[in-house]
Design a protein around this ligand. Structure first.
Ligand code: FEO
Ligand code: CA
Ligand code: CA
Length: 637
């Protein structure tokens, strides 16, 4: 039996160990800057062992988080779920759940039955539901319900047996490339509950080998040309598909996050350009792709990494359609994409770049959206902005223009991190999902954690982001060594998501009030009954309730005692109240959320469970999507 005790490193952990960043800057400067803000913050500012801490009375905590602490009337129709530490999913009384689909389940009838002991053959690996489910959306297409959902990466130690033992062979790599990417499949509810419609004409797998068009300002640029594609407009594969988005015209946006980890070099002496280091592209890939597929060998194909790290648009209504990489939305470690139409009709897409000390972004189309009209231009021609947060609760979206960055439009779209650095973007505590409230003009971003925020190395130098910027505490990221995370909220000026300016506050600072009595206790809407760490996935339902999913430390001890397994909570933007709704199995991350067409079922993703799930003892831990519904059949969002 294979080891099923603990999954291997997450992508984030792997990235951190694999490519350590240069450490520079000095602590004196940090202390001086932080002290100068003390009066403004109005909180107890404490220094100790190289860490600065903002007091709990920071003026930028939201009024709603304080309101929740005052026990405003709850709008949630369910009882708060206690923490759990076991190997299964839990929901509150009055709700039920069942498994919709597991890693390895067939999407097509020619797929073999899932084996608890043997890896799929390469020619069948793209006929099943892929590994490690993540962002998803449900589409209603001519009376059919079709889910598009990401398969972010593969837990090789749990779910694969390598033909070469610990050494990956070309055949192993071929399997891996087909187990990741995107799944599109029809679902239906029968007397036996929700299930996949095997062989539906909508069913499709998009993998690391699927042909995709490169579009937008960077298409055809020299940086994107390779021997295999001298036009710089055709690429194979979308990879490390993390969060997702849905356009107003009914297409799926899949977001390429840690694409860097797939590349390596067969030549140890290969000199990487600086921008490779900024994006964490190293000499050794996580899955040894570079040893068996020259496309991933940067010493042979140094331009291939410039063809990944984008948002890819997929039409779920046509399984034969060619996906499009939309370079206008920039290249970074894309978490998800939250679309909204501004009052003027312009498309606005909010996006986060999930790495310590990276930035938040917004795209605004040049043309306007008209239902039923041609939408192909809307993610081709537009303006890209990055977020700058001020200590006084204001902020601005700074446009990445050629003038401001000194870069061409194509360069801005490929080396987007550099462009944002040049205009003074605010370093954030790992921007994960962004969500836009459908009933109020406000956006939210989960800042999952940043253990390196204002932390010193042994040599006394301050930790930096990948660009060498010191990660001092700043207004929306006010805690040093932030292991709990927070959710920042912004209100666009004039209720217009296309506006250049906004006001902001912190909707919640996660923390542990049972262990701490300072800023690490969390904001007033965090208590011993709802505490959590590392907010990550976030989606609004149709009623304007914010669903928060976590991907954090589930050790349930020390600073994380009382938090239990990763979970999904409901957040009320009006009262600030947060209530735990669902818990995942031990070791898993809860990520991905969508609803059936009648809103009576929610589909929730369970990624990288470490314990036998969902089938219990003696079975493999399989990433799965579960369906959740109310016993009385009422809508759940
Ligand atoms: Fe794939 Fe940042 O989570
Ligand atoms: Ca995530
Ligand atoms: Ca995460």
């Amino acid at each position: 039996m294979k080891d099923i005790e603990r999954p291997e490193l997450s992508w984030d952990e792997w990235d951190e160990l694999h490519d350590p960043r240069p450490e520079e800057n000095d602590f004196d400067k940090v202390v001086e800057e932080a002290v100068s803000r003390r009066g403004f913050l109005g909180g107890a500012l404490a220094f100790g062992s190289g860490a600065a801490v903002m007091g709990t009375a920071g003026t930028l905590l939201s009024s709603t988080s304080a309101q929740a602490a005052g026990h405003a009337a709850s709008r949630f129709p369910f009882e708060a779920l206690p923490i759990q530490t076991d190997a299964t999913v839990h929901v509150p009384p009055g709700y039920k759940w069942s498994t919709l689909v597991r890693y390895g389940d067939p999407l097509f009838s020619d797929a073999p039955e899932f084996s608890q002991t043997d890896t799929l053959p390469a020619d069948k690996a793209d006929r099943v539901f892929g590994e490690n489910t993540d962002g998803m959306e449900l589409f209603e297409i001519d009376g059919h319900e079709v889910i598009a959902v990401n398969s972010e990466y593969v837990n090789t130690k749990i779910n694969l047996v390598f033909s070469g033992g610990d050494v990956m062979t070309a055949d192993d790599v071929a399997v891996l490339q087909k187990l990741q990417g995107v799944n599109v499949f029809e679902v239906e509810r029968t007397d036996n509950g929700w299930g996949v419609v095997v062989d539906s004409p909508f069913n499709r797998r998009i993998t690391h080998q699927t042909e995709i068009d490169i579009t937008g300002p960077a298409a055809g640029h020299d940086m994107l040309k390779t021997d295999a594609d001298p036009t710089g407009t055709k690429v194979l594969g979308t990879m490390n598909n993390c969060g997702a988005g849905k356009t107003p015209w009914g297409t799926y946006l899949t977001c390429e996050e840690n694409f860097n980890g797939y590349f390596g070099s067969t030549d140890e002496t290969f000199e990487r350009p600086d921008d490779f280091k900024r994006y964490g592209i190293g000499l050794e890939g996580r899955y040894s792709y570079e040893k068996h597929d020259a496309r991933y060998d940067i010493s042979q194909n140094p331009n291939e990494p410039y063809r990944h790290g984008y948002i890819t648009e997929i039409d779920p209504s046509d399984a034969s359609s060619t996906p499009k990489k939309r370079t206008a939305l920039g290249r970074f470690k894309h978490e998800n994409a939250a679309c909204v139409i501004a009052p003027s009709g312009h498309l606005v897409v909010y996006m986060g770049d999930d790495e310590r000390g990276e930035y938040m972004y917004k795209y605004v189309s040049n043309n306007t959206y008209a239902p039923g009209g041609d939408t192909d231009d809307l993610m081709e021609n537009g303006r890209l902005y990055t977020a700058k947060f001020n200590w006084d609760g204001t902020g601005e979206w700074v446009e990445l223009t050629e003038e401001a960055t000194g870069m061409s439009k194509a360069e801005i779209c490929v080396l987007t991190r550099e462009a944002a650095l040049r205009v003074g973007a605010t370093t954030m505590d790992r921007p994960e999902w962004v969500a836009v409230n459908p009933v109020a003009a406000e956006g939210y971003c989960a800042l999952t954690n940043n253990s390196r925020r204002q932390v010193l190395n042994d040599d006394g130098k301050l930790r930096t982001n990948a660009a060498g910027q010191e990660m001092t505490v700043n207004a929306p990221n006010p805690r040093a060594e932030n292991r709990y995370g927070q959710v920042v909220r912004w209100y666009p000026s004039n209720d217009d998501h296309a506006a250049d300016t906004f006001r902001w506050d912190l909707y919640v600072m996660a923390g542990n009030p049972a262990v701490h009595n300072d800023a690490y206790a969390g904001s007033p809407n965090v208590n011993e009954g709802n505490m959590f760490n590392s907010p990550d996935g976030m989606m609004f339902d149709s009623a304007g309730i914010l669903w928060i999913q976590t991907d954090g430390n589930d050790g349930n001890e020390e600073g994380f005692a009382g938090m239990g397994n990763n979970q999904m909570l409901a957040g009320d933007p009006v009262t600030g109240e947060i209530r735990r709704f669902l818990t995942g199995p031990k070791g898993s991350e809860v990520t991905g959320l969508t609803w059936s067409a009648d809103r009576k079922t929610m589909f929730v993703g369970i990624q990288h469970p470490a314990s036998p799930f969902p089938d219990g003892d003696g079975t493999l831990a399989r990433s799965s999507i579960v369906a959740v519904w109310r016993n009385d059949g009422a809508p759940v969002g």
